[in-house]
Design a protein around this ligand. Structure first.
Ligand SMILES: NC(=O)c1ccc[n+]([C@@H]2O[C@H](COP(=O)([O-])OP(=O)(O)OC[C@H]3O[C@@H](n4cnc5c(N)ncnc54)[C@H](O)[C@@H]3O)[C@@H](O)[C@H]2O)c1
Length: 351
């Protein structure tokens, strides 16, 4: 099989998870270069992962070499400019979440890639967590009947500031950084959203933005869900980075519990339990192992989509609908009233 040539742009905290995943997919992908404005940082990562070339100028690199896709793991404010470069060179791209820091930028990026006729996938990995993915399959296969209510929870006291100190400076923090994942999972299970009501809190001293947000969604289907997440949840066991889900349907209920237990309970109280943990998951495993597993899973999905000319589940166009929920949540919190999420403005050339 011919390997696809990839350049990874952005060599900070999260890039190692992308690279570890590409290593696991090494029979399908060749990492030809790393690119970062900070050459020393890129070199250190290249040495660690055995990658030959290091660049600081993606535009020049794409002008001189045939690259099959670019994997963007840079700071969110840089995403639009880098996607523009990819579009100019007609190169498909994966971009980390949040796709952009503004609604206008995100729509422009989707439109630009669409006009260039190349795929754009947002690296939205939470719906690729093993248990979440399995639960989604069960719900879509009718295991609980029509969903009527759900709660999607991510509350932790894990010190995320150690690896990502920049988070403390973000004026739009938990909704845009983490909430976007959980809102995407809500769409994944219950479909599009008709209205959003949100309350935010800034609990840890010294933050520029909110670290806790509670959102009530009314879905187009009529189902209602609560999306709640906090970086100041001090429960034990602290299950970071697992997402917990409970869904009630007309026929049965489903829970994604701690330790990747997926439990379906029918009206008579009969339960069916499956354990859908990532390989190697256990009390002594690396805390980020479930995240790493979901990163492998979404990157494999991207390759499958390229191979079969399919639109990724978390395409740029799809992800605009998730970003719209984040924007609506901020607007709702500011106005203290429900908000109808905006429709994407990107006018698509192709689907
Ligand atoms: N999906 C997840 O679970 C998850 C987890 C953590 C971070 N992230 C996302 O990953 C992205 C990166 O986060 P991070 O924590 O690694 O950030 P970071 O600040 O540690 O690293 C960002 C890197 O991008 C480089 N960079 C910035 N602008 C650039 C440009 N124009 N060209 C080339 N390089 C540029 C910086 O020099 C830096 O090395 C963000 O979008 C973040 O939200 C996702």
């Amino acid at each position: 099989m011919t390997k696809r040539k990839c350049v990874l742009v952005g060599c900070g905290f999260f890039s190692a998870y992308h690279l570890t995943a590409w290593q696991r997919l090494a029979n399908r992908v060749e990492l030809v270069a790393l690119c970062d404005l900070d050459r020393a940082r890129a070199q250190a990562l290249a040495d660690r992962f055995g990658i030959q070339a290091v660049h600081t100028d993606l535009d020049q690199l794409l002008a001189t070499q045939r690259i099959d896709f670019v994997d963007i793991a840079t700071s969110p404010a840089s995403h639009r400019a880098i996607v523009d470069i990819c579009a100019r060179h007609g190169v498909p791209a994966i971009v980390q979440k949040p796709i952009a820091t503004s609604w206008d930028d995100a729509n422009a990026m989707v439109e630009t890639m669409d006009r260039a006729g190349v795929p754009l996938m947002v690296h939205e990995n939470f719906r690729f967590q093993s248990a979440v993915k399995h639960a989604g399959d069960l719900v879509r296969d009718g295991a609980i009947g029509e969903p009527t209510f759900a709660r999607f929870t991510f509350r932790t006291g894990y010190d995320i500031y150690a690896g990502q100190p920049y988070l403390a400076q973000l004026e739009r923090f938990v909704l845009l950084d983490l909430g976007i994942h959980v809102l995407d999972v809500a769409r994944f299970f219950l479909g599009e959203v008709a209205s959003v009501y949100c309350q935010t809190q800034s609990i840890r001293p010294g933050l520029a933005g909110e670290d806790t947000a509670t959102v009530l969604l009314r879905h187009v289907s009529g189902a209602v869900s609560i999306v709640d997440r906090s970086y100041q949840g001090h429960h034990q066991p602290d299950v970071f980075p697992q997402m917990l889900v409970e869904i009630e349907g007309r026929d049965a209920a489903l829970r994604v519990n701690t330790n990747y237990l997926v439990v379906v309970t029918d009206r008579t109280g009969r339960q069916k339990t499956s354990v859908v943990a990532p390989e190697g998951f256990g009390p002594t495993s690396d805390r980020w192992l479930p995240t790493q597993d979901s990163v492998v899973s979404i990157q494999r999905h991207w390759l499958d989509c390229l191979d079969h000319n399919r639109v990724p589940a978390t395409s740029g166009a799809d992800n605009l609908k998730t970003l719209a929920l984040v924007e609506a949540a901020y607007a709702s919190a500011a106005a203290n009233s429900p908000v109808v999420p905006s429709a994407p403005t990107a006018s698509m050339v192709q689907s």
